[in-house]
Ligand binder design. Structure first.
Ligand code: ZN
Length: 176
């Protein structure tokens, strides 16, 4: 297992469109395991492969409070089941410390494949519906800040750049 570096806004690699996974190989299983470790460590509740600079259609998620419900979505398709939208305050590991409301359809159908290579279908509402739509956007090269006003997006960018610079400083050992 390994912690993977998470790309942060406005890194252009976050705009890459992810390719479908043709076969669930050991490499994919290892990547999913590393993504879970990275997500739990962050900590976060969802992570798309795009965020760790792997441009394949793979999402990991765990909405439980005690890390007991890991979910993997490979080649996911998400279809809204209602025109009704609901605002939810979202955050993102690629946009650290920024939270804002985004409107998304409140009920969706998810079709995806698991790590066992089996296709599955589920209906989602609440946090799962929000989270899967947020992660799907990553696979399409989109970020939740794209839904905000240009002014808010600019502020988010400045704040994230500052946080990333600060983190970088903390990680570089001081040489004397
Ligand atoms: Zn995100």
């Amino acid at each position: 297992m390994a912690l993977l570096p998470i790309l942060s806004f406005p890194d252009p690699r976050l705009r890459t469109i992810a390719k479908p996974v043709s076969e669930v190989t050991d490499e994919i299983r290892q990547l999913a395991a590393d993504m879970f470790e990275t997500m739990y460590e962050a900590p976060g509740i969802g992570l798309a492969a795009t965020q760790v600079d792997q441009h394949i259609q793979l999402i990991v998620m765990d909405l439980s409070e005690d890390k007991t419900q890991p979910m993997v979505f490979i080649n996911p398709k998400v279809t809204p089941l209602t025109a009704e939208t609901q605002p939810y305050e979202e955050g993102c590991l690629s946009v650290p410390q920024i939270y804002d409301k985004v409107d998304r359809p409140s009920r969706v159908k998810i079709n995806a494949m698991g790590l066992d290579g089996q296709a599955f279908e589920m209906e989602a509402d609440g946090l799962l519906a929000v989270c899967i739509q947020h992660e799907m956007d990553h696979l399409d090269g989109k970020l939740f800040v794209d839904y905000l006003s240009p002014l808010k997006r600019q502020r988010a960018r400045e704040k994230v750049e500052k946080i990333v610079r600060q983190r970088h400083k903390e990680q570089v050992p001081v040489k004397r």
